[in-house]
Design a protein around this ligand. Structure first.
Ligand code: ADP
Ligand code: MG
Length: 377
């Protein structure tokens, strides 16, 4: 099912009667999700991810804008009539019911033409349970399950009605690291197997990167960038997006452009061609540093961590805006651990410039702005 959001906006009235400070939770959100894709809604806490999801589900009414499932305008439709499956962070299972009863529950309330026989319901419940691999646990109570198993039950319950759209709000946040990894792979597998259009909310960039066909990065209710995970990483549209994606995070320096050359501190580090003179923020991805004896950028060496194939170099530079520079280089480069300084050349396609005031990207050399994704995704 194709999902289309048009100018979707949610403004919460002020909680305090005296002040008029309303909260713009979501502002003019436009997105088309083609049938069968998984979209990751990514952003820091409070940026409007859940509110967006709740509007799509029908649990919250938009202040403005429209929502379409296929060609159908569902903006005014109640949640029950939208054909959605919802999974929350806290699994929200009924504690007094068995796993099977929990999964059956959404089917028992179906009315009219949708009403099912006992056998049909049973068959559906087992099918959903098999999909998430909990069909052995059908007679247990939620308290007798691990967190990961409980979340699978919640997913089965969301799938049992064969929803047109699956909505997941930080579904992995309550799981420990290992289970989180495993469950996110499961969700991806289930999504591919069923082909259900899915919106997956998370504040965890790595999670979003690994699971999504397309990521939507949000900040303060406003969509910043929409694109394939790798494209957003390789070509961020502003400093916020550049900083939000990537582990270790991007290194940001105070820089200066003069006569087509980029300077960090007093050192000329790159030719940038036709960029206006002035101060800029310089973002360098950890893999953008190439150690070289006559390297352009001199950094004070703090630590060298060998991690198998790669070497992580921790260093510092006065123009760096946070404490340390983290660079990842090939293990072939022999870095002398005892050295006081390390010099780097920078890979131009791993270096991003940003306007010092607007923090918008400044493209240089062969770089160019990302193309809108809507048509090709
Ligand atoms: P996220 O899921 O990205 O953490 P939310 O969508 O929950 O963010 O919240 C977005 C903004 O809207 C926040 O500033 C939050 O405080 C506010 N907000 C959310 N729900 C309500 C509500 N029911 N009433 C007032 N403000 C709300
Ligand atoms: Mg939320």
């Amino acid at each position: 099912m194709k999902v289309e959001l048009q100018n979707l906006t949610k403004i919460f009235p002020s909680r305090n009667k005296k002040s008029n400070e309303e909260v713009v939770a979501v502002s003019d959100f436009n997105l088309t999700i083609p049938d069968g894709k998984l979209v990751g809604l990514l952003g820091p806490s409070g940026c409007g991810k859940s509110t967006t999801l709740y509007m799509i589900s029908g649990l919250q009414k938009p202040t403005a804008g429209k929502i379409f499932f296929g060609d159908e305008d569902v903006t005014e439709l109640s949640p029950e009539n939208r054909g959605i499956g919802l999974v929350f962070q806290n699994y929200a299972l009924y504690p007094h019911m068995t796993v099977k009863q929990n999964i059956l529950f959404p089917l028992q309330n179906l009315k009219g033409a949708d009403k099912m026989t006992k056998e049909q319901m049973h068959e559906r419940a087992y099918k959903a349970a098999r999909l998430v691999q909990i069909d052995e646990l059908m007679d247990r109570k939620p308290s007798e399950l691990s967190g990961g198993q409980q979340q699978r039950v919640a997913i089965a319950r969301a799938l049992v009605k064969m929803p047109r759209v699956l909505l997941l709000d930080e579904p992995l946040s309550n799981l420990d690291a290992r289970l989180r990894l495993q469950t996110r792979e499961e969700i991806r597998r289930i999504q591919k197997e069923t082909g259900i259009t899915t919106i997956f909310v998370t504040h965890d960039q790595e999670e979003a990167m690994s699971i999504s066909d397309v990521i939507v990065v949000m900040k303060l209710g406003v969509v910043q960038q929409v694109g394939k995970p790798q494209e957003i990483y390789d070509n961020p549209i502003n400093l916020f997006v550049a900083k939000f994606l990537g582990t270790p995070p991007i290194n940001v320096f105070d820089g200066k452009v003069k006569d087509g050359a980029l300077y960090i501190g007093e050192e000329k580090v790159l030719d940038v061609g036709k960029v206006n003179d002035g101060r800029v923020f310089v973002g360098v991805r950890p893999e953008g540093f190439v150690p070289a004896e006559d390297g352009a950028l001199t950094c004070k060496l703090s630590n060298v961590e060998v991690m198998g194939r790669d070497v992580s170099i921790v260093s510092s530079n006065k123009a760096m805006l946070s404490q340390t520079i983290r660079s990842i280089v090939d293990a072939d480069y022999k870095i002398s651990v005892g050295a006081e300084y390390v010099k780097f050349n920078l890979k131009p396609h791993k270096v991003f410039l940003f306007d010092e005031y607007t923090e918008e990207r400044i493209y240089f050399g062969s770089q160019s702005a990302p193309t809108p994704i809507d048509e090709e995704m």
